[in-house]
Design a protein around this ligand. Structure first.
Ligand SMILES: C[S@@+](CC[C@H](N)C(=O)[O-])C[C@H]1O[C@@H](n2cnc3c(N)ncnc32)[C@H](O)[C@@H]1O
Length: 232
């Protein structure tokens, strides 16, 4: 393992080690809305469509997808997060056949195969995460006709960003001190997709209610980008 990989693991193990649970356990509302709006009903398929959740953390989004009928692979660099995700799956009665948890460092590794849906929900890290390269690699793993869904923090009204209880410390960091909250257009440009092969389904900021760091209800903005790989 390289020094960078050791640092990434150490950072996220320490982060998850701070509390028995660091996220709320609820799937992100923007992600669930967007996936629902795609109008795909996995239960009508002969075989469950395959979904991949990048940086799945404690598994809330991945488990929501399995409960919606997707066959899911959740990947994360943190073993602690994945143990919690697996425990949550068992306690929710998710069949083992519907979910695979995989520990890997997306900076240097990527799950094999192709997927009908790839989700990157608040995939961000202050340590060694080449986010653009990871998301470009993700686009290559989207099956024909499949979708890539990216949800990230939107900038707040005055260039600040909102904090919320579920994702309180996840601004995307570029360089050492530059907090980057990409706009939908910047996210799309970063993906550098071939227009002839991809259709942009969504590139916008969506608001949702959340609980602020002070415990009060607040409204936060999520940048959301959804692109579909043309079927042929
Ligand atoms: C801000 S959290 C988001 C977790 C989850 N997607 C959610 O929305 O609750 C970012 C996640 O990315 C994971 N992560 C960070 N760097 C990673 C890397 N290089 N490879 C794989 N996972 C990574 C972290 O362990 C963490 O669980």
């Amino acid at each position: 393992m390289t020094r960078d990989q050791q640092e990434v693991r150490a950072f996220w193990e320490a982060r998850y080690g701070e509390h028995d649970q660091i996220w709320t356990g609820a799937a992100n509302r923007t992600l669930t809305d967007v996936v629902t709006e795609l109008g795909i009903d996995p239960r009508t398929s002969q075989h469950p469509p395959r979904a991949l959740d990048l940086g799945c953390g404690e598994g809330a989004d991945a488990l929501w997808l399995t409960e919606a009928g997707w066959q899911v692979t959740g990947v994360d660099v943190s073993a602690t997060a994945l143990v919690r995700a697996a425990e949550a799956g068992r306690s929710r009665g998710v069949p083992d056949a519907m979910i695979t948890w995989q520990q890997l460092d997306l900076a240097t590794d990527f799950p094999q195969g192709s997927y009908d849906l790839i989700a990157a929900s608040f995939l961000a890290s202050p340590v060694h995460l080449p986010r653009s390269a990871v998301l470009q690699r993700a686009s290559q793993a989207v099956a024909l006709g499949g979708v890539l869904v990216i949800v990230s923090h939107a900038a707040g009204p005055r260039g600040s960003h909102h904090h919320d209880h579920q994702h309180a410390e996840t601004p995307v960091q570029r360089g050492h001190d530059h907090l980057d909250l990409p706009s939908p257009a910047e996210e799309l440009a970063m993906l550098a997709l071939d227009d002839e092969q991809w259709t942009v389904l969504l590139a916008e900021v969506r608001e949702r209610s959340a609980i602020g760091p002070d415990g009060d209800p607040t409204i936060v903005g999520d940048t959301v980008v959804v692109v579909r790989r043309r079927a042929g």
